[in-house]
Write a new protein. Structure first.
Ligand SMILES: [Zn+2]
Length: 688
């Protein structure tokens, strides 16, 4: 199931990594034995290295070659790296928490009852299989009963509240020009494939994907009870609607430019744009608080929706809605649905060989649906006040470096520098977990109703989101759950956020020297901070408003310098003959380059006061770069590499390393590289 909340984040949050796609439930009956305590993931790992490689020739292989040879992608994953190892360790901790919480015990706290019973209901595979397609019935009946295009609006509203993403997305977000006010957004959406390009590109692979998608839809319709011939024509009807929506959708790269999504208008203006869709009725049906203006991110998309409503017969619309009900609910249904859903999305598109065992999928779903309940025992077990203090100290050191960096930046005039310093001074940070936990007491969770539990949790979350409209923005809220191995910058709030899940080895290790910690978590902190000043973040001011604070001269220089980064990464090959999209990944690459530099500056400042001798035969500077590189050791299936090249704004691990070190004379000095060696870029790029 997809939370409405997810829709928000692709607009507001800039994360450190895109995590693997949400798994989708099925088979293995028995819970495998798990180790009593999963060991920590080692930081600065000498055995991960391949010292036969010259660091100036291929620094990634030098730092990660040993690890890569020993760590092929496990069959139930599509990518396997240090992030994933840590995520797996966190999952073991959560597994243990949930196993204990699931044991029936009248003395359980309210929080443990929610997560324990949700998890228990999810683990009840035989019940899911006995129910088969039955849990779909209420939703499918409602779709079948639609008698007119006007009536369709109520069902679309109902489905969106259940987490079924149909036709477009509706969510709250800070007003782009007044970031403390939450307003309504309507946005493109309603596709079943991961990107618009899959519908529109002419190459052989895209054509194959469309053929496979048609087959997949047909199978799912058959599982829902339709005859093969009917299912086949239904699949074609869905493809035709989604292709029309894809044509009017803005592509990912264009969506990176904030002003492209900035179209505030009155509700009357929206209605004039798409008179065939009764938006006032829709807003009333989702129980939105009253409002008179909203942001229409992609007006062209809604013109197309309008045309489609008129042109497509009602029967085809009902087929489209029917498809999305089956599609979104597949992960919580019987194994036949789960397996077919896995086969197309995770296996064919994602390159994952095997479905994850049920307990892993259930841990993930509990985190998705009740994340701030599950986060409470997780934080109690893993994260203390001390962890918060240590991280805060590093954040302050990195912020100080950014201040120094701005002062000495050779290309920026004084006027813009002062405004950048002002923005930097307004950055807030959140570390570990929320001060106030979300209250799930209104969500009824019972042991024997997995689908019902999930739908109630989805409805609760949708209502919570919709209720934010026309209210002040709550900056204390978190966009990631505490066990998440990730971090993010929120441009409209101008804050950096570090969940407890990432504040441990190999990112932060209390037993290691500062060079190692600055290389890993320090670079992560610097990365998030730099997002405030990347191609997109730099368009917002310190309050989070979209406002141009750049002089024309500095802006031209900024475009030139980010253009250098875009060109650099466009040369990297993702898989076969597919290159990275340098513009899609520009924000992340800018953040990587800036982040490592800021963290390096912090280390150097500290070493000046307190010099450190080599450890394990490496200088502190060498340890810094090796530690940074080792965070990105990973193996990826070719299918996953292709999927990410098309959809992920982050570069693959090897280029997050090579792209950065090639731009840094500090790296070349640390490893004594000659100017003609591969890890030395002739025209090094530098933005920050
Ligand atoms: Zn990032």
């Amino acid at each position: 199931m997809r939370n409405v909340v997810l829709a928000i984040f692709f607009l507001t949050m800039v994360s450190l990594v895109a995590l693997a796609q949400a798994p989708s439930p099925s088979t293995p009956a028995a819970v495998p034995p798990k180790p009593a305590a999963t060991p920590a993931v080692p930081s600065f790992d000498l055995t991960a290295m391949d010292k036969t490689i010259d660091p100036c020739v291929d620094f990634y292989k030098y730092a990660c070659g040993g690890w890569m040879a020993k760590n092929p992608v496990p069959p139930d994953q599509a990518r396997w790296g240090r992030f994933d190892e840590l995520q797996e360790r966190n999952r073991d901790i959560l597994h243990d928490i949930l196993d204990k919480a699931a044991a029936p015990n009248p003395k359980r706290s309210a929080v443990l009852q929610k997560i324990g019973d949700y998890y228990a209901s999810c683990m009840d595979e035989s019940r899911a299989n006995a129910l088969g397609a039955k849990p779909l019935e209420p939703e499918l009946k409602q779709v079948a009963a639609i008698a007119s295009k006007q009536e369709m609006i109520n069902t679309i509203a109902h489905l969106q509240l259940q987490g079924v993403s149909v036709l477009f997305n509706f969510y709250p977000r800070p007003d782009l020009h007044s970031a403390s006010d939450m307003i309504a957004f309507v946005d493109q959406g309603g596709l079943g494939l991961p990107d618009r390009d899959y519908y529109l590109k002419d190459d052989a692979k895209s054509a194959e994907t469309r053929a496979k998608y048609l087959e997949h839809m047909q199978k799912m319709f058959e599982l829902a009870g339709d005859k093969p011939e009917q299912a086949s024509s239904e699949a074609k009807a869905v493809m035709s609607i989604e292709t029309a929506l894809a044509k009017a959708s803005m592509d990912r790269t264009e969506r990176r430019v904030p002003k492209n999504l900035d179209h505030k208008m009155t509700t009357q203006e929206l209605q004039a744009l798409a008179p065939n869709f009764d938006f006032p009725q829709f807003f009333s049906e989702v129980n939105a608080p009253s409002f008179t203006a909203l942001n229409v991110t992609v007006p062209e998309f809604f013109k197309q929706v309008n045309a489609q409503i008129a042109d497509v017969p009602l029967a085809d619309w009902k087929t489209y809605l029917r498809w999305h009900v089956v599609h979104e609910m597949a992960p919580v249904l019987s194994n036949s649905f789960v397996d077919e859903n896995f086969r197309f999305y995770q296996q064919y598109l994602g390159g994952q060989k095997e479905l994850q065992p049920r307990w892993k999928r259930c841990v993930r779903l509990t985190d998705d649906e009740l994340g701030e309940a599950l986060g409470q025992p997780y934080v109690d077990q893993t994260f203390g006040v001390e962890g918060k203090q240590r991280t805060l100290k590093m954040v302050q050191a990195i912020e100080q470096s950014m201040g120094e960096d701005l002062k000495q930046l050779p290309w920026m005039t004084q006027t813009t520098k002062e405004r950048a310093e002002q923005k930097l001074g307004m950055v807030e940070n959140k570390i570990g977990y929320p001060d106030k936990w979300r209250d799930y007491s209104k969500v009824n969770i019972v042991r024997d109703d997995f689908v019902g539990n999930t739908l109630r949790a989805e409805n609760f979350e949708s209502a919570r989101q919709v209720n934010k409209i026309s209210k002040p923005v709550d900056k204390t809220e978190w966009g990631m759950t505490p066990p998440t191995v990730n971090a993010y910058y929120n441009p409209s709030q101008n804050n950096i956020n570090f969940p407890a899940g990432i504040l441990q080895p190999p990112f932060y290790d209390n037993n290691k020297d500062d060079a190692v910690n600055f290389g890993a978590i320090g670079s992560v902190i610097g990365h998030e901070l730099t997002h405030g000043f990347d191609d997109a973040g730099s368009r917002y001011d310190g309050k989070g408003d979209l406002r141009d604070w750049w002089t024309a001269e500095d802006n031209a220089e900024f475009q030139k310098r980010t253009g250098c980064v875009a060109d650099e990464y466009s040369q990297f090959v993702a898989v076969d003959d597919v290159h990275l999209n340098g513009k899609l990944t520009l924000g992340e690459n800018t953040a990587d380059n800036g982040g490592v530099r800021l963290s390096y500056m912090s280390l150097e400042r500290q070493l000046k006061e307190k010099p450190v001798s080599p450890i394990d035969g490496f200088t502190p500077e060498q340890r810094f770069f090796i530690s940074y590189a080792q965070v990105w050791c990973q193996n990826v299936t070719p299918e996953q590499s292709l999927l990410r090249a098309k959809t992920d704004p982050h570069s693959p691990g090897q280029y997050r390393v090579k792209g950065v070190v090639g731009n840094m004379p500090e790296f070349q000095q640390a490893f004594h590289c000659r100017p003609d060696q591969p890890m030395v870029r002739e025209n090094a790029c530098r933005v920050w």
